[in-house]
Design a protein around this ligand. Structure first.
Ligand SMILES: [Zn+2]
Length: 353
C-alpha cells in the first residue's frame, strides 16, 4: 500500500551528476523525483561503483546531450518509497534491485526471457533515466526487481549486473557440464571475480587470467584452481604448461591476442564466450579449426530479469559471495572511481546513501 499523499515529495535530495558526457561528477541538489505513471520511487540504500559506471560516464552507452544532466549509477539497491499510477505487485518498503536495460516486456525477446535482447530497447538506467548516485531514484516499475529482504544492501549492489551477468554466462551461454573446465580472461574484474565463483557453482574448475597479482590472489581464495598472470607470463606458454583444454573460455578483456591464444585451447565442442568488445576490433579464427573441434564463438549480453532474481537467491543462500571491497559516501565517489579506472580496486566499490 502506498500513502495517499507521500510526505515531503517535493523536498530536495543530494546527488552526483554529470553535465557533459565524459565530464566530471558534480555534487548537486535536485528535487526528489516524482514517480510518473508506471514508475516507482526508490529510497536508495547503496549503488555500486565500478568500471561500467566509468564507461557510462564516458558516453559509451549513449551520449545524447538532451539526456543531461544525468545521475549515474546503474546497480541500485533500495526500498520502494512511492509509486505512480498503474503500479501493481510492489509495496512500500519492498527491497528492490534495478534491472539495467529499459526493455519493453512485450517483444518476442522479452517474452522468451531474453530481456537484454529486447527489440524495443529504450536505453539504460543511468544513461536514459537517472541512476542511483542519489538519495532517491524513479524507475519504471518493471525495472525494479524485488529481492530477498534479508540481503545486505551494500553486498546486493553487485547482484543486478556483476553476479547476474555471470549467472547468464553459465546458465545460457557457456554450456559447461559439471566437471568441466572454464578459462576466464580478466577474471579479477568486477564481473570476472563473480564468474570465478559462479563457474564453480555450476560444477566447473576455473583457470583465472589477469594482470594484477592481488586480484589473482583473490581469485585463488575464491577457489580458482589455477591462475595465470599475463603481466609476467605469456598466456600461450602458461596454457601449454597447464596442458588442459577448456569447455569454455569467457572473455572480459576484448584483447585480440589473448582471444586467439585462448581459442586454440578450446576442448571439443568448447565455446568462446565474448562479453567485452571494442568498435572495429576483430579476431582471426580458422573455420577449419572450428569444424574439426565443433567449437563455437558466442556473445553474452547482460542477463534476464529472471536471472537477476535467481542471482539474488544465490547470494541470500550464501552460495555466491558479493565482492564489494570499498564503500564511499557521495563526496568520495570521484576518488573511488579514479582508483577503479586505475585498476586498484578488487571487485566493486559501492556508494552508501
Ligand atoms: Zn522487449
Amino acid at each position: 500500500m502506498f500513502a495517499e499523499r507521500p510526505v515531503d515529495r517535493m523536498s530536495a535530495m543530494d546527488c552526483l551528476q554529470i553535465s557533459e558526457w565524459g565530464g566530471d561528477l558534480e555534487r548537486a541538489e535536485r528535487a526528489r523525483p516524482d514517480p510518473g505513471e508506471g514508475e516507482v520511487l526508490i529510497d536508495v540504500d547503496a549503488t555500486s561503483v565500478g568500471l561500467t559506471v566509468a564507461n557510462v560516464i564516458e558516453g559509451d552507452l549513449g551520449d545524447d546531450p538532451a539526456d543531461l544532466p544525468r545521475i549515474p549509477g546503474h546497480e541500485i539497491v533500495g526500498r520502494v518509497a512511492d509509486a505512480g499510477s498503474g503500479v501493481t505487485g510492489l509495496e512500500e518498503g519492498d527491497l528492490v534491485a534495478a534491472y539495467f536495460y529499459l526493455s519493453c516486456g512485450r517483444c518476442d525477446a522479452c517474452l522468451r526471457g531474453a530481456d537484454s535482447l529486447c527489440a524495443n530497447l529504450d536505453g539504460f538506467v543511468s544513461v536514459d533515466v537517472d541512476g542511483g548516485f542519489a538519495e532517491y531514484a524513479a524507475l519504471p516499475a518493471r525495472n525494479a526487481i524485488e529481492i530477498p529482504d534479508t540481503l545486505n544492501p551494500v553486498g546486493a549492489t553487485v547482484i543486478p549486473d556483476a553476479i547476474a551477468t555471470s549467472y547468464h554466462v553459465m546458465n545460457q551461454r557457456a554450456d559447461v557440464d559439471p566437471g568441466g573446465e572454464v578459462l576466464i580472461l580478466g577474471a579479477g574484474g568486477g564481473v570476472g571475480i563473480h564468474l570465478v565463483q559462479m563457474a564453480q557453482l555450476f560444477g566447473a574448475s576455473v583457470t583465472a587470467v589477469d594482470r594484477t597479482r592481488s586480484k589473482l590472489e583473490c581469485c585463488r581464495e575464491l577457489g580458482a584452481e589455477r591462475v595465470v598472470n599475463t603481466a609476467t607470463d605469456s598466456l600461450e606458454d602458461a596454457l601449454e604448461t597447464i596442458g588442459t583444454t577448456y569447455d569454455a573460455v569467457v572473455d572480459f578483456t576484448g584483447a585480440t591476442d589473448l582471444l586467439e591464444v585462448a581459442h586454440s585451447s578450446l576442448a571439443a565442442r568448447g565455446r568462446l564466450v565474448n562479453l567485452t568488445t571494442f568498435p572495429g576490433r576483430s579476431i582471426d579464427l580458422s573455420p577449419r579449426e572450428q569444424v574439426f573441434g565443433e567449437t563455437a564463438v558466442v556473445g553474452s549480453r547482460y542477463c534476464s530479469k529472471y536471472e537477476l532474481r535467481r542471482s539474488a537467491t544465490l547470494v541470500a543462500n550464501g552460495d555466491i559471495e558479493p565482492i564489494v571491497t570499498e564503500t564511499a559516501s557521495l563526496s568520495e565517489v570521484p576518488q573511488l572511481l579514479d582508483r577503479i579506472r586505475a585498476g586498484d580496486v578488487i571487485g566493486r566499490g559501492a556508494v552508501v546513501l
